[in-house]
Design a protein around this ligand. Sequence first.
Ligand SMILES: *Cc1c(COP(=O)(O)O)cnc(C)c1O
Length: 480
Amino acid sequence: MIREPLIFDISDKGKRAFVLPELDVPPREDILEGLSLRDEIEGFPQVSEVEIVRHFTRLSKTNYCVDEGFYPLGSCTMKYSPKINEKIASLPGFVSSHPFAPHDLVQGNLEVLKTTEELLAEITGMDAFSLQPSAGAQGELVGMMLIRACLEERGNPRKIVLIPDSAHGTNPSSAHICGYRVQEIKSNEKGTIDVSDLDQHMTEDVAALMVTNPNTLGIFEADIKKIAEIVHSKGGFVYMDGANLNALVGICRPGDMDVDVIHLNLHKTFSTPHGGGGPGSGPVGVKRELEPYLPVPIIEKEENKYILSFNRPKSIGRVRSYCGNFLVIVKALAYIISLGPQGLKEVAEIAVLNSDYVRKSLENEYHLEYTSPTLHESVFSDKLQKKDGVSNIDIAKRLIDFGVHPPTMSFPLIVHGALMIEPTETESKNDLDLFIDAMKQIAKEAKENPEILKSAPHISYVRRLDETTAARQLVLRWNK
Ligand SMILES: *Cc1c(COP(=O)(O)O)cnc(C)c1O
């Protein structure tokens, strides 16, 4: 395979992507005076148009994406997103309207936002939504800020947030950034929250419990109502991390499970691919009690007209420009409307069925630390392969040779050598079978020829990287 050089290496002084005609008017040097203009950017690559296009086209072909193949990245829901939703989000009225356009000119956009809020509230059983947060993690922070604002008004913001040991890493960070101390709640042998441990930790110093349901092992917290009762009895709030709604959507509603605040990841469940730092959206839903604190502006309807209202004295304020990542929200709305209630229910049913199928097919080859029934994902480990000196990273890297993106690794922390697999509802049985065969082949190789795993991947653009050096000695700039 030919290695693509860095763009700095194909640079030659004086090359340009355009040639302007000779000026036929006197030059003016003073027009941009006073603006922060640079004479030159040191080392800036100079290439021709065709070189730029070919360089980036070749690089783009080395990327793996969900439009190319199976992407079983657990806790991330890398499902296929229908192209029709991209098409709708690229309609000229949506892409070319300005965030500061007067209300009268963008009534349609405001209706899109309001309708999405209402549908998300219906899907989750919550009372009100804010679409502002740009990501799941920001949604968590906003959720914690709402809780803090409410508790402060009651006279005491409290000190502690309880988080299960299986939680996503963003949960403790969000609680911490919001000024809370995190206390860990143990999981029991079933892989769910140990209710008696929660009972012991739940005091009047605790502001909230952050719970993920189904949790990151893919297991449904069946005691959620009891859990909520314990938290509420001491005046705390139940925060649900709803980043992965694929297992619940259309089937059951967090609001009915006595959850007080939830964030969703539209860029996991609702038709925007997750990852690569692309556009995201992490709407936050609340029960009535927390509604007064939601970020402003609030979209309201006044005499048949939508307006953006800032009249919320208790609001935590604005957390993002405009009303959120607008085009991601448009895609989510198109997705929800096109599937309808029945279609959304089928999403969850097939997501769970596909995950079950993969789990059943692999449970003899790969160890499952927790054997409780799982929903949209399951977490295997490398325990059986470890005996032959093969670890989860070797398995993950070898999958690349089979044309599969590696699964999520080493998370949740309570499973050693974890391989978290979430197939999603958009994979055909054919593709699931190809993946299962690859995993079985890898389990066989671990016993018979572990070297082939330790040196994998063999056919990818780059081979096994030295991750420590790559992380510690960043080379971001090439000096020719
Ligand atoms: C993805 C995820 C998050 C964070 O979402 P971002 O949009 O990446 O910030 C939080 N919790 C869980 C369980 C997740 O899977």
